[in-house]
Write a protein of this length. Structure first.
Length: 319
């Protein structure tokens, strides 16, 4: 999902639209010299047909917009129809990867805005479909989905990237039972849920953080652990990844300053993909890095931060 110019509208990919389907939300397009104007393309209750979709494709439109008042309705639409979209034989694996990435980001945005049991529970189905795709798609399709990843400073976007990269790495490395990978993948998507408890003014500060602000940010692993441990449907994997994903083998991490074997292997994996996505993300005080630059810094300047065997396997995944 990308940000619309007008904050009242949410942008998402046209691949998430089912044809010959009556939707309960209004569908808008953007026009005008700077794209600042929105017009109603398909009204709620109207049948969205193949002809509607062909027009969008012919016009070179890749995104549509929904009004923020319909955000909840659109999320329900995704929850109900994502399986149909993924089973559509006309969508090739690469397109399905794009659909699952967009749906994943949309759901995570809702979870981080409303970190309550209901939203966390409802997001599980979309995350399960995401892990299903990673498990069943061929290696090239999964790698293509990884190449689709965009790097955005928002917490939900970063969490989606970490979940996709981490689950892909888990598949490459360990295989394991589907249920194990579902639980681990879901845990990776929620690794930063504690940031929903941090003051947004600090979390979204455009410049560098002061020392006191950084100390507040460093409380998010414990905040996330507390939040998840109070949920009936939480898992051991989610709790340990959330609590330990900033621990480092050399003991310089937080919150407990654990070393090497004291750190759960799942948290060590999360630490690698979390750091990689952070380096790849543009900030007001730094330019984004290329994959090569990020991996080079991780190898040469952050060596004590990562499990080296896991890091080498991560590099091979991105190769």
């Amino acid at each position: 999902m990308t940000n619309a110019i007008d904050s009242r509208y949410l942008a998402t990919d046209i691949g998430l639209l089912l044809t010959e389907n009556v939707s309960n939300f209004d569908l808008y397009l953007r026009h005008g010299r700077s794209g600042e104007d929105y017009f109603l393309y398909c009204r709620r209750g109207e049948l969205f047909t193949e002809r509607h979709l062909r027009k969008l494709v012919d016009w070179g439109v890749s995104e549509f917009y929904i009004h923020c008042r319909d955000e909840g309705i659109f999320k329900e639409y995704l929850d109900e129809n994502l399986e149909c979209l993924l089973c559509d034989p006309s969508l090739d694996p690469v397109e399905k990867g794009k659909v699952i990435y967009e749906a994943c980001l949309f759901n995570l945005e809702a979870v981080f805005q409303h970190p309550k049991a209901e939203f966390i529970r409802k997001s599980k189905q979309t995350m399960r479909h995401t892990i299903d795709y990673i498990l069943t798609a061929n290696r090239e399709a999964v790698r293509h989905m990884i190449r689709l990843i965009t790097h955005d400073p928002s917490t939900y976007h970063h969490s989606g990237n970490v979940g996709l990269l981490g689950a892909s790495l888990m598949k490459e490395m360990f295989g394991g039972s589907d249920e194990d990978l579902y639980n681990i993948g879901y845990a990776l998507f929620l690794h930063d849920i504690g940031k929903s408890r941090i003051d947004p003014c600090i979390l979204n500060k455009p410049g560098r953080l002061t020392d006191p602000e950084w100390e507040i940010i460093k409380t998010h692993p414990q905040e996330g652990y507390r939040l998840l441990s109070q949920e009936d449907n939480s898992t051991a994997e989610a709790e340990v990844i959330t609590l330990q994903h900033h621990e480092r083998p050399d003991g310089s991490g937080y919150p407990q300053g654990l070393k090497s074997e004291q750190i759960d292997p799942l948290a060590r994996i999360c630490n690698i993909v979390d750091s990689y996505d952070a380096l790849m993300t543009r900030r007001s005080y730094k330019e984004p890095m290329t994959p090569f630059q990020a991996l080079k810094i991780m190898k040469n300047e952050m060596r004590g931060h990562f499990d080296q065997q896991l890091f080498e396997k991560f590099v091979r995944l991105l190769d």
